[in-house]
Design a protein around this ligand. Structure first.
Ligand code: DUC
Ligand code: ZN
Ligand code: ZN
Length: 483
């Protein structure tokens, strides 16, 4: 058999096993995994290296307007280049509907931006801020048929939030049409109420962002949206989980067989609220929503990611520069309420976890593969094309040098943010060669991919990765009376 590319002598890991084998690739697809293969037209010697599925970052903001109307610093070119240098071969960013926007136009515009610039493959989620009858009954089913099978909704932010009635409507459509609802779970009124009082007292420094976004707001909204999912008997996914109590609520519901999936991000594993407490406005570089919390929550996030309560580890890359375009719209007078929410992390997401979890022995390499790649592919309807190393899968691979030491710095990163919250941290292990559909996108010589060479992934029905009750919720009003 002739191969376009072979990767030989490497140590392969999937989400379930680790073994030594050679990989043969033809037409962008893995066609052979054998103990020994002849060299292909291109041949990579992976001796001493770990060959893993390329990462999937299913939560990142790219070329998107925030709820406050701020444009991300990264477009599809810089974001996908940055992702690739960090070992990620697929991203799923958000086409964002703002109230009054016509969904088909939002998605068409976003698809065009992506098609011209992406260097790796991408799916698209929709942010749904205006669930009108037309959106629910016409636009969402149309998107699902076209491979956009997940929607993010917000319980907070005045301009984005849905009320409980609207959330039930969206869950019903997702269930009927085969999509997954992703939820930003924070109680809007609690945050607004605290924030107003802080500002009245002149407490406006970035660190008060973490005070306003109290863990109780996350716990309450998490609990409430799980009750809504239980009422409708529909799975959902809670994004960017940060707090100990929210994790307890999610864990209890999962123990009952309720299919509540959950995600966390580097900022909740590697930062705490103390990082925000810096002089002047400097702490804005560490502000995201929900914010990094205390050491007890940080430990709980670690445990939950290792043990399985959290199945997905994404970057939530929200690239806002430390200037008037993002973090400091009013310069030095910017309060925590004015600044753009979010931190960058698309490139360092996997190296940080590889170093601090796998190389320390805290997490197995198979679990690392699951939470950085395979679980994303399954949960968002892309498996087995993406997220694994199997015959027939796309040849999306990252070849890691487990011993390479890298000191993270803004200068070495490929995004356009201009700072990193992880400046100066040393990591052990780095993806030296990154392959997308059999194309070498990144190697030690640099980037080899052209803008527009990434492809849109038409996703299928999301596949729950959690154990569930066999016949759903027997008390669901939805199932009893409306199905
Ligand atoms: N929610 C996100 O998912 N990302 C950035 C900010 C936010 O509120
Ligand atoms: Zn969010
Ligand atoms: Zn986000």
């Amino acid at each position: 058999m002739n191969f376009d590319l072979t990767i030989r002598n490497g140590r392969l890991s999937t989400d379930t096993e680790t073994f030594y084998a050679d990989i043969g690739v033809r037409d962008g697809v893995i066609v052979a995994i054998e103990p020994s293969l002849p060299a292909g037209a291109s041949d990579i010697d992976a001796k001493g290296r770990w060959v893993l599925p390329g990462g999937i970052d299913s939560h990142c903001h790219v070329e998107q307007l925030s709820g406050m109307g701020m444009m991300c610093a990264d477009d599809f070119y810089s974001a996908t280049v940055s992702a690739a240098f960090g070992g990620t071969t697929t991203i799923i960013p958000f086409a964002a509907q703002h109230r009054g926007n016509h969904i088909p136009e939002v998605v068409a515009d976003y698809s065009k931006r992506a098609a011209d610039k992406a260097v790796i493959d991408y799916g698209i989620h929709l942010i749904l801020a205006d669930p009108t009858e037309e959106a629910l009954n016409t636009h969402l089913p149309e998107l699902i048929r076209n491979g956009i099978t997940s929607f993010k909704i917000y319980m907070t932010y005045d301009r984005m939030r849905l009320d409980d009635y609207q959330i039930l409507d969206v869950l019903e459509v997702a269930d009927r049409e085969g999509a997954l609802v992703m939820v930003h779970a924070e109680n809007n009124d609690m945050i607004r109420w605290i924030a107003r009082r802080l500002v009245e007292r002149g407490l406006t420094a970035p660190k008060y962002h973490a005070v306003a976004h109290t863990p109780l707001a996350e716990t309450e909204a998490t609990n409430r949206v799980i009750a809504l999912a239980e009422l409708a008997d529909v799975p959902l996914l809670i994004v960017h989980v940060s707090g100990l109590e929210a994790i307890r609520v999610i864990h209890s519901s999962q123990a009952l067989g309720i299919p509540i999936h959950a995600e966390t991000c580097p900022q909740y594993l590697f930062l705490t609220a103390e990082d925000i407490d810096l002089p002047g406005t400097e702490g804005a570089k560490f502000c995201c929503s929900p914010p990094p919390r205390d050491a007890a929550s940080q430990n709980a996030v670690w445990e939950a990611l290792i043990q399985g309560t959290l199945q997905i580890y994404s970057s939530d890359h929200a690239p806002y520069r430390y200037d008037e375009s993002g973090k400091l719209p009013k310069g030095e007078a910017t309060t925590f309420k004015d600044m753009a929410n979010g931190v960058p992390g698309i490139e360092v997401r996997m190296p940080l976890l590889f170093s601090e979890a796998v190389m320390t022995g805290r997490m197995t390499i198979e679990r690392f593969v699951a939470v950085t790649s395979t679980n994303h592919a399954r949960t968002y309807g892309m498996y087995p094309k993406k997220g694994g190393i199997t015959v027939g899968a796309d040849a999306d691979l990252a070849i890691w040098n487990p011993e390479k030491r890298v000191v993270i710095s803004t200068a070495m990163l490929h995004d356009k943010v201009g700072y990193t919250p992880y400046e100066g941290r040393e990591v052990r292990g780095w993806p030296e060669v990154v392959i997308s559909r059999g194309r070498i996108v990144v190697d030690p010589q640099g980037l080899h991919a052209e803008p527009g060479s990434g492809q849109f992934i038409k996703r299928g029905t999301p596949e729950p990765v959690l154990r569930q009750r066999l016949n759903g919720n027997p008390n669901s009003v939805m199932r009893k009376y409306f199905s």
